[in-house]
Design a protein around this ligand. Sequence first.
Ligand code: FAD
Length: 410
Amino acid sequence: MADDDPIHVMGAGLSGLAAAITLAKAGVEVHVHDIREDSGKRFDGDFQALENWSMDVDFFDQLRSWGYDPSEFKATEFKVVDLVHPDDKITKTQSPKTAYRIVERGTSHDTIDQGFKRMAIAAGVNLHYKSRVKEEDCQIIACGPKGTSAVAYGEIFHTRHPNHIAFQLNDKLAPGAYSYMIIIDGVGLICTCLWRKQKGSERFLNETIAWYQEHYPDIDMKPVKRVGGKGDFTINKNYFQDGRYYVGESGGLQDFMWGFGMRMAVWSGHLAAQDILGKCNYEKEVRKQLMPYVRTSVSNRFLMNRVGNRMFKFMCNSWVKSQSKKGDGLIWIGKLFRPKWYKTMLYYIVSPFMLKPDSKAMGRGVRRLPFRKAKKRDVWKQSENAQMVGERWNHVRRSGGNTSFDESSD
Ligand SMILES: Cc1cc2nc3c(=O)[nH]c(=O)nc-3n(C[C@H](O)[C@H](O)[C@H](O)COP(=O)(O)OP(=O)(O)OC[C@H]3O[C@@H](n4cnc5c(N)ncnc54)[C@H](O)[C@@H]3O)c2cc1C
């Protein structure tokens, strides 16, 4: 490539736009191509959390230091969350610091996707939507998930309930994972994540919603739409190969344990651009800055795959205990996410068995976390309340309620 050749980016999501902004600001001609009609179209108004616990530096300070402006999108800061134990006990975890920020994904004005798009336009990036390009013709591959390792389903609703967040560890409602409820400014989302492949996966969402309705009787839900998507968790032998940078979810740069990926998406996009500008070596920096977290999360996922509600209860108790001792709920969760030598060792021992080679990865040596099989305990009869939730949704759907995610985990 000559120095003044334009850079082509495949995917106008967070990682692709982050890379493009940094490049365009440095005067490089950048073209970003996306098969969908807009940035954020992969999502449809769902809320996601920008975690702020995995390192000491605040994520928004990181964003500013990389040249991105977090005031371009709406982010609601929270310092407290209801922690729902598997036996339905609800405790509060809190922190004097910003524990996390909730952002909206999608195509409406306030979303993080549109915020990054506005920054890209201002920097002079050329955006091409509904544009199909070949991987071979691009220098940065930022097109999100290819395979499926896990899925998440949610229902968006209107409510008069004040802003509130609840996070639930419950292996029945969210096999191998967690469910959550987020309410911001009159809009709510109840979501369940499935880390095991299920038949009739909608019943998990219906049962989860029924649970929240019972335990938060004031949420007064008026369902609007159902949203969701798949997550792809991979380890790549190379992150830069044949002249191409693999960033964000395309590079598997995500938290394998619980699916947090936005921070690493922006981070890796920025690093790829820095390499193109001659300021760092992407492969080296990904291995130094991001892989320790990814490896830790693989070990965490390995352990999560082996436990059920009894261990989830133990985790909740130790979280609460740590908070009352240290006065900060972020310390316990931060420790869980931060790299440790024994988690790195565990990673090297278990990853050859846990991850399966992806034969379609153009010789990049990609190994994927497979979507695990259901367990016997995942088969149960829906409660009457959950059936009513399902019927209520069917009624909304018949009157025009949209499901943005039709790829069920069945
Ligand atoms: C339901 C759900 C909930 C989540 N919740 C959280 C959360 O709370 N916190 C968190 O940090 N992370 C969360 N994640 C993960 C997070 O969304 C991803 O890690 C992040 O969006 C990855 O960014 P990316 O730039 O790699 O991909 P994206 O932001 O998804 O962008 C990829 C883009 O590539 C485009 N594209 C796809 N194929 C092609 C192609 N062939 N050619 C051109 N363009 C293409 C897509 O249209 C899309 O615009 C969640 C994921 C899901 C599915």
